[in-house]
Write a new protein. Structure first.
Length: 171
């Protein structure tokens, strides 16, 4: 097997089965983060222009009904801007908890090794401690890696909403 793939396979084996769940959650987290940046940079500007054009085509922008139309346009854009942000935040919270689950399962491995082999087999203890600490580290690193980007996405979505509100004023 190729060197880096062997290292990854060894890392995953040392971390135990919970590490696979952490990997899956991390891949999902980053797929959603990348999708949101792609939406904000590539799709939203055109969508915002279309909403502004739709608003500017209205003859009436002052009546009660016009204000409701404006609120509807802003609400739809806000839903699109904030799509998946809750899932991203949830994954950031779940990842360290999965790491903690890995810690618990690794410690169970340590205690099983102690029960079967006694304290005289350091290899069994080392494998269990490794299985306990690797998922914890992986869950924390994965969550921390997404935390800053999640905050940036929240900031960008709020800023774009404010920009749209400003652009959909009375003309």
């Amino acid at each position: 097997m190729w060197g880096p793939l062997t290292a990854i396979a060894d890392f995953m084996a040392a971390g135990g089965p919970v590490l696979w769940a952490i990997l899956g959650a991390t891949v999902l987290l980053w797929a959603l983060i990348l999708e949101r940046f792609w939406y904000l940079r590539g799709i939203h500007p055109g969508r915002a222009e279309a909403l502004v054009a739709q608003w500017q085509q209205r003859a009436d922008t002052l009546s009660w009904q016009a204000r409701r139309v404006r609120e509807k346009l802003i609400s739809e854009a806000t839903l699109d801007l904030s799509r998946y942000l809750g899932v991203i935040r949830a994954l950031i919270v779940i990842l360290p908890l999965l790491g903690l689950l890995g810690t618990v399962t690794g410690m169970i491995r340590v205690f099983d090794g102690l029960a079967v082999f006694g304290s005289g087999n350091p290899r069994v203890l080392a494998d269990g401690v490794s299985a306990a600490t690797i998922p914890t580290m992986a869950g924390l690193v994965a969550a921390l890696s997404g935390l800053w980007f999640s905050a940036r996405l929240d900031h960008h979505a709020a800023r774009e909403r404010r920009r749209l509100e400003d652009r959909l004023q009375h003309h």
